[in-house]
Design a protein around this ligand. Structure first.
Ligand code: GMT
Length: 387
């Protein structure tokens, strides 16, 4: 199949999932065309089946805001037409689904029929989408999609709750490649640059958090849990990522006089590499449609302490791969962290169980769900052309 994938090229979960999906499809022999305003961060290699088309956003004095959606729609028209794509798969409802709809209508006027699938990732529905000013466009473009997927049952339920959706939503969860993670665990070249003793010279336990440091990630709770744990068990906290909360949280750590035990490592393209040294992963988010970072931790045998919000309980199974608590219940999350960390045998058990749960999200199990949906949508499109 010839597939066009539209995504945000950034470190965010939706961009990572879209890129990894495209790479996996290319390995299966499909021709994959990425369309975005900058090269997706994980697309830093060459493959004969992968193509990248950049949407050039030039500044023009007339516009205070550049019309990205229109530039994207025009690029989609061009790529579909000249690369003879069978399907567009857009990740994130706004503005990708509405741009795909516009491109579809334009192509129709050129006698070309192209179906598009929209995958909802969460923030497009639970945060941005809740802003009433987006509602008409989001509802419309979801309803006009040829198929819609959501990354968790919880996100599917939320989408029906917040929007007037007539379309069936298929749940296709996010995935990781267990075989890639297994390789990472033993990768020789990382042994020099990423060793446990670099971060815990006296064998302290390592707690880790990876995110885009937005309010929704509740970094204060990460610090709260860490403070409680380190009172009982010598430990260090590694914070990976960057975003609006970083300065405030750095300041907080200085005020609490724990800065020497907390390391801010910034944005890292392959954070999985660092998960090798972690004993526990913290994700106390306000909302999370899935929690890809938690799944990546689990695939590296790292148990997870998280909230029970959104799609998190579908990924982090309470009492198995880690524990889940109510949003803001720092006390409970701290107790759960201590339960896992205070006994080496219990930690070992949770490490094994976290990996077992992660295996349910292995790429070979999830990829066919997308491929089957693609085939179904392309087939329906062919039938509708004949009619
Ligand atoms: O907030 C983030 O982590 C980034 C955000 C995004 O829009 O890329 O992630 C969302 O999509 C990820 C991939 O499907 C999910 O794993 C995250 O749970 C989801 N974030 C939220 O729902 C807050």
């Amino acid at each position: 199949m010839k597939i066009g994938i539209v995504c945000y090229p950034t470190f965010g979960g939706s961009g990572v999932v879209a890129t990894e999906l495209g790479i996996a499809l290319a390995k299966e022999g499909h021709k994959v065309h990425f369309i975005s305003y900058s090269q997706p961060v994980r697309l830093d290699f060459f493959s004969e089946n992968i193509f990248y088309h950049e949407v050039i956003v030039s500044s023009y004095p007339l516009f205070d805001y550049q019309p990205y959606e229109i530039l994207l729609a025009s690029k989609l028209v061009d790529v579909v037409k000249h690369e003879k794509l069978d399907l567009l798969h857009v990740h994130y409802a706004i503005p990708h689904a509405s741009a795909a709809y516009l491109a579809k209508q334009i192509l129709k006027s050129h006698g070309i029929s192209i179906p598009f699938i929209t995958t909802l990732h969460g923030t497009d529905i639970t945060l941005v989408g809740k802003d009433a000013s987006f509602e008409p466009v989001i509802s419309f473009s979801i309803n006009e999609s040829d198929a819609v997927t959501a990354v968790s049952q919880s996100l599917k339920d939320d989408t029906y709750k917040f929007f007037d959706i007539k379309k069936e939503i298929h749940v296709i969860p996010n995935f990781i490649s267990i075989s890639d993670f297994e390789q990472l665990k033993n990768k020789e070249e990382y042994n020099g640059i990423c060793q446990k003793k670099m971060y815990s010279p006296s064998g302290e336990k390592i707690l880790m958090h990876i995110s885009n440091f937005r309010k929704v990630k509740r970094l204060d709770d990460v610090i709260g849990i860490f403070e409680n744990v380190r009172k009982q068990i010598p430990s260090k906290l590694l914070l990976i990522g960057d975003g609006p909360e970083r300065n405030r949280i750095e300041q907080l750590c200085r005020e609490k006089n724990i800065y020497h035990d907390v390391k801010f490592l910034g944005k890292i393209t392959t954070p999985e590499m660092l998960l090798r040294v972690a004993d526990l992963f913290l994700l106390p988010s306000e909302t999370e449609s899935f929690g890809l970072a938690a799944l990546e931790a689990m695939a590296m045998n790292v148990p997870v302490i998280s909230t029970n919000t959104g799609g998190l309980p579908e990924v982090n199974i309470n009492g198995v791969s880690g524990f889940t608590s109510n949003v803001g219940d720092v006390e409970d999350m701290s107790q759960n962290a201590l339960k896992i960390l205070s006994d080496p045998l219990i930690l070992q058990k949770f490490r094994r169980q976290a990996f077992e749960v992660a295996q349910q999200f292995d790429l070979p199990k999830i990829l066919p769900l997308y491929e089957d949906l693609y085939k179904e949508v392309i087939e329906k499109n062919k039938v509708s052309i004949k009619v």
